[in-house]
Design a protein around this ligand. Structure first.
Ligand code: ATP
Length: 427
């Protein structure tokens, strides 16, 4: 069965695996596909990136492989890892290693090792399987910790009792996989997880790792399920203890999903919209300004991301006023400075008919408009000063929105009227 799954990989992936297998044999190394890729292959889910463990020097191995493929690669000496890229996909190679935690939450001491120990340091049994890529056993599943059985039974199970204390990020990962696959967290694992949560273990995880995980889970389909689950277990204390979510917030998370769907469908070319930011803004909405600043700084969110959330928090009152009939130019002036994430947030946050209509009008029509008349056209009719030209173009643009001007001739006629008005006001 695994061989048939391997066959489903892209031809490029298959080719790289075959060549890797040959190079491994020549080098006297063993190599294995490991972790989430194996889980996803067994679940028959699409695979985008590959993770390969090398019993041997991974960097040397990739150097040889890249030479064969005529490709470049990136190496990370301190981690003993190297990455090959092809198209938009990544293939990570790592030297098999074992980890020892001196105390809970500390960075582990790492040393080269064998596959079995490499798999033993992983988070859950379903993520601790490997597939041999070695010539004699190509395609054979290696499952020391009952991962396949747990996968069949839909269970998330840690590999040893202190797992959540050694690396408490695993608490969030467990919940992410539970929600993504609709699995259950195995009973003992769940008790240990609850215990770790109660002891405040998440506080010891580096804030940037927490941020990356937060982004991952808020980018999953249906994040409201995850937020709800996490809130019921941990109250989102790892973000801030003063976060309080109510029914209205949860209704927002549900509406945010359809708002994002609408946006992505309409604006396919702008699919890089950060869904997670919309949800995060919803989570941080009721924090005091002081707490909010502390949280975004601690997590190290980028300036543009912080700006989006701040603009949402500050302007809810202003946006609420959009629930009335307004001139197109007024709608434009109010909405033009917000990021797509903020606009989607407002659309989801206010289930008011007129307000939503206005935001849609802005997204679908007004924000797409461009003047056909340019500065050089105004020069031809005698406008020299660039600041005056700017004033005219701005006013002309608003009139275009309000009057629905289409043809360049119409715009030019309107421009002359704008010039006359402005000049008579100046006199
Ligand atoms: P996803 O489908 O979300 O990418 P993944 O399991 O492939 O899930 P990665 O974060 O890419 O997730 O990790 C790859 C593998 O590394 C995991 O499958 C797991 O074996 C191991 N791993 C990742 N994070 C941890 C962790 N915190 N503790 C132990 N093992 C981990």
């Amino acid at each position: 069965m695994i061989n048939s799954r391997l066959k489903k990989l892209t031809p490029q992936f298959k080719n790289i695996l075959k060549i890797s297998s040959k190079i491994a044999k020549k080098s006297g190394y063993n190599i294995y596909l490991v972790g989430g890729v194996v889980r996803d292959l067994l679940l028959n889910r699409p695979v985008f990136d590959l993770d390969i463990v090398v019993e041997g020097d991974a960097i040397l191995f990739v150097k040889r492989l890249a030479g064969c493929l005529g490709q470049s690669f990136r190496k990370h000496h301190s981690f003993g890892t190297a990455t090959l890229y092809h198209d938009n996909h990544k293939i990570d190679f790592a030297t098999a290693r074992q980890e020892k935690y001196q105390h809970h939450g500390a960075l582990p001491k790492v040393q080269p090792s064998c596959l079995e120990k490499d798999l033993a340091r992983r988070d859950f049994s379903i993520n601790a399987m490997a597939i041999s890529l070695n010539k004699e056993s190509y395609g054979q599943l290696i499952d020391f910790y009952g991962g396949r059985r747990d996968l069949k039974n839909g269970l998330i199970r840690i590999l040893y009792p202190e797992s959540f204390l050694d690396d408490s990020l695993r608490i969030l990962r467990a919940l992410r996989f539970e929600q993504r696959f609709s699995f259950r967290i195995e009973a003992k694992t769940f008790l240990l997880m609850e215990k770790a949560i109660k002891s405040g273990a998440l506080k010891f995880v580096h804030s940037h790792r927490l941020r990356n995980e937060l982004i991952l889970f808020l980018n999953e389909p249906k994040p409201y399920k995850y937020i709800k689950r996490l809130y019921s277990l941990e109250n989102l204390n790892f973000i801030d203890e003063s976060i309080k979510l109510n029914k209205k917030d949860f209704r927002f998370f549900i509406r945010a999903e359809s708002a994002l769907k609408f946006y992505k469908k309409k604006f396919k070319e702008n699919n890089e919209i950060k869904s997670w930011l919309v949800y995060l803004a919803g989570i941080l909405l009721h924090l005091s300004d002081e707490k909010y600043l502390e949280v975004v700084n601690r997590f190290g969110f980028r300036k543009d991301q912080r700006d989006t959330i701040s603009s949402i928090k500050k302007n809810l009152g202003k946006i609420r006023k959009l629930d009335y009939k307004k001139k197109n130019s007024e709608i434009y002036k109010i909405l033009k400075n917000y990021s797509p994430e903020a606009l989607v947030f407002f659309y989801a946050y206010f289930p008011k008919k007129n307000l939503r209509k206005n935001i849609r009008l802005f997204l679908e029509v007004l924000s797409q408009q461009k003047l056909k008349v340019k500065g050089k056209d105004l020069k031809k009719i005698g406008i020299q000063s660039s600041s005056f030209m700017g004033e005219i173009l701005k006013e002309l643009f608003y009139r275009k929105l309000d009057k629905g001007l289409e043809a360049k001739g119409e715009e030019l006629r309107e421009a002359k009227e704008v010039i006359q008005n402005k000049q008579s006001l100046k006199r």
